[in-house]
Ligand binder design. Structure first.
Ligand code: GLU
Length: 592
């Protein structure tokens, strides 16, 4: 979701263009780049994808600022795309986030005579900064007027300004901002570390509330809003290889990441022993274990809660965006276990911040290096499944489920080594299964049959309930089919009214105590003419189609949604959709 890229080096505009392309995976609808040349600001802005753009029309400079926008306020138009300029062209400004009080601010600025040329909340920040500059008698923005402007914004906004004298002013509140540098003295700033991997060798994550100034020659100084003393910035080494962020010969990132699952899941268990011990002890000593996440990560949260409840531990999962209503529940001896691929999910981090204030212990599992969530955590864990670039989660969710099973296994007092052994065997089976041409052909054929359908249902019970939800989400996100996941038990309480002749119903079935009831649900669907696709270890006469799962029952929750990843991928291709960039969606959901 929305990205900022800044470069201070030779041919900075080219670096920014390439940087924005690397941020593309986050999802956006329009983009723009600004530079200063001959003391005048030049801007290029477009609606749509950066895709094949090789070169900008902008002059070559040493300082450039770029932005990819995911519209929150105002339509997707060139006028609403960032950067936005000051009326006298003294600076340009980009924003990630939302100005929650933009209506009040805009109304009052209008009465003072300020004029607006876009529908964005961002432009309010531009006019406010102009007003602050006027107050201070400034011709160009300074840290003082910039900070005074930021102080008036409600909600979360990360902002970058490029002034006509090539001074850069940056402020982080919410959406991430990471500074980078290399041995040649080049300076960068981006919305994530990953996108800087080819340009910078070291990074510093700007904290919420920090203001950074970058001089035209690349001197970086960072301040907190409360002091004029510069912050000591401790840079860390970027140890992601730039080449790990490519498609590796696959047609799409999504396909690559689906196949990665046969190789990366074992890495999830490589957790520092001290952190594992801490997490297990937090769980065992908690009054209540909450689990938290949004989107696919909320299914991982539900799955872990299910596993813990099975062990007799009080646990409940909360979708992050619904947690506010339960604020009064949280207590000092509670624990929250938080799932987020990026560690920057705005809905999630906001909850974590106020849970922390109430003394709740925070455990997290994050895939991205240097994230806000990791830094907020008492016991942070890294997922280590490698960069996930496609917008829809595949290997990150599988990794989150592996981690959940691992943690539950350890809480139950079982051997770490045994878990790893079983996982190693499963990973090999998963790889074999994914690579088997019979599975690929079967799913491809199935996708042809599904082309005519615009709705489907997915049923799963017990440990496979969340897999059914994920299965449905993948169909929605990538092939835009109205798919709903339900507990198999829910069927006769309402959903069955929607089943008619030929309605596709996927039944996810494990070899566990829920199997008999799931088969009854399949029979009930079949009796009403529904088209039953069994996703199970064993075939059954009730199935019109059978997707055979590998034998590893411990990991059946993962195996049962993996077919949906390939199926939805094939369907998207047949419909002519881009599986890596589904419409309206963004990867790192940094706005609420
Ligand atoms: N709220 C701003 C807009 O709609 C910024 C969105 C973003 O973070 O990209 O333009």
């Amino acid at each position: 979701m929305c990205g900022i890229y800044v470069a201070v080096c030779d041919d900075a505009q080219e670096k920014v263009l390439a940087g924005l392309k690397r941020l593309e995976y986050r999802g956006y609808d329009s983009w723009g780049v600004a530079v200063v040349s001959d003391t005048a600001l030049h801007i290029e802005k477009y609606v749509g994808q950066i895709g094949a753009v090789q070169e900008l029309l902008l002059p070559s400079t040493r300082v450039a600022l770029g932005h990819t926008r995911w519209a929150t306020h105002g339509g997707v138009t060139q006028a609403n795309a960032h950067p936005h300029s000051a009326s006298d062209d003294s600076f340009v400004l980009v924003q990630n986030g939302v100005v929650e009080n933009y209506q009040e601010l805009k109304a009052s600025l209008k009465t003072e005579g300020y004029e607006f040329v876009s529908q964005t909340d961002t432009e309010v920040i531009v006019r406010l900064l102009e007003k602050e500059m006027k107050k201070g008698g400034e011709e160009l923005p300074s840290r003082t007027s910039f900070q005074a402007t930021m102080d008036q914004l409600e909600g979360r906004s990360t902002v970058a300004v490029l002034a006509q004298n090539n001074l850069l002013l940056l402020y982080r509140n919410g959406s991430p901002l990471v500074l980078g540098k290399n041995k040649k003295g080049a300076v960068f700033c981006s919305s994530d570390v990953l996108s800087m991997a080819g340009d910078a060798t070291e990074y510093y994550t700007v904290e919420n509330g920090e203001v950074v100034t970058i001089s035209p020659t690349g001197e970086v100084v960072c301040f907190t809003t409360s002091s004029d003393e510069p912050v000591v910035m401790r840079y860390k080494k970027i140890d992601v290889e730039a080449h790990t962020i490519d498609k590796n010969g696959y047609a799409h990132y999504m396909l690559k990441e689906i196949f990665d699952q046969g190789q990366v899941l074992l890495q999830v268990t490589n957790q520092p022993a001290a952190e594992l011990k801490k997490t297990v002890s937090y769980i065992k000593n908690a009054r209540m274990v909450y689990t938290l996440g949004a989107g696919s990560a909320s299914f991982a949260a539900q799955f872990l809660s299910f596993q813990l409840r099975q062990l007799g531990i009080q646990s409940d999962s909360l979708p992050s965006y619904e947690a506010r209503s339960f604020q009064s529940l949280f207590q000092k001896d509670d624990v929250v276990i938080v799932f987020s691929q990026s560690g920057e999910t705005a809905d999630t981090n906001e909850v974590v911040e106020w849970m922390k204030k109430q003394g709740v212990k925070v455990v997290s599992i994050v895939n991205m290096l240097g994230s806000t969530l990791t830094r907020l955590s008492d016991s942070p864990h890294m997922l280590q499944v490698g960069p996930e670039v496609a917008i829809a989660s595949t290997k990150a969710l599988s990794g989150q489920l592996v981690w959940s099973l691992f943690i539950a296994w350890l809480v139950a007092g079982k051997s770490e080594q045994d878990f790893r052994k079983q996982l190693q065997v499963y990973q090999a089976h998963l790889q074999e299964w994914l690579e088997s041409t019979s599975l690929q052909h079967q799913l491809e054929e199935l996708s042809v049959q599904l082309l005519q359908h615009n709705q489907m249902f997915i049923l799963g019970r017990g440990q496979l309930h969340t897999s059914a939800l994920e299965f449905a989400l993948k169909m929605k996100e990538i092939s835009y089919i109205h798919a709903e996941g339900f507990s198999g038990g829910e069927l006769k309480h309402g959903v069955i009214a929607l089943i008619s002749s030929g309605t596709p119903v996927f039944c996810l079935i494990a070899q566990d105590s829920e199997k008999a009831d799931m088969l009854s649900a399949a029979a009930e669907v079949r009796a009403r003419g529904g088209w039953v696709v069994g996703v199970a270890r064993e075939n059954n006469e009730l199935f019109s189609e059978w997707i055979q799962l590998p034998e590893d029952e411990l990991f059946v929750a993962i195996s049962s949604f993996v077919p949906a990843q390939l199926l939805t991928y094939y369907l998207a291709l047949k419909h002519g959709f881009d599986p890596d960039k589904p419409r309206n969606l963004a990867k790192s959901v940094t706005v609420k």
